[in-house]
Design a protein around this ligand. Sequence first.
Ligand code: GAR
Length: 196
Amino acid sequence: MTHRVAILISGNGSNMLALAKSMTADHPARPCVVISDNPKAKGLTNAMELGLNTATISSHFFKDNRLEFEKELMHCLKKFGTEFVCLAGFMRILTAQFVNYWNGRILNIHPSLLPKFRGLRTHTKALVAGEKYHGCTVHEVTEHLDDGPILGQARVTVLPEDTTDSLSQRVLLLEHELYPIVLRRFIEGDRRMVVL
Ligand code: GAR
């Protein structure tokens, strides 16, 4: 019996594709649905092209009402029989109530070596701080932003000529490697930290 993984996106969905493509053959899970809060997310088209189930819960209609948004999201997750949730470039902050419901079954990828640089513009922050190393982290989601037990990290050396773009591109390639490895281990019950 394979487990059912929902992937939540807001934009390009390149991590979603890496995750979805990894869930084949003897993998213990399969993607059950790709959900976006942005109807224009490029990732939705890519997911459809892969033959995945997709859904949009447009945050536009729920701007001032996170609980209503999450009620719809929860309904959608349950409709597709979701057991695990992967946030993959999903740019909404979820409430404690929602996160606690999925406790132990919800992962996120963040483009920094947490606990450094929570929030947005992580690549710029790393450059401005003069960091020698930068990278990405996969962690369990808790009610605190970009927090929660760290399950994996991948590191790049920051080069003198790096720009926000060059750095983000190198980190993104590592995200595509790291997230599938961590997801598979997580589903198999292995919580030991992966370091790439
Ligand atoms: C990725 O770099 C991901 O780590 C980041 O958004 C990008 C999404 O790219 N997530 C966050 O910043 C969440 N705090 P993708 O849509 O191509 O996967």
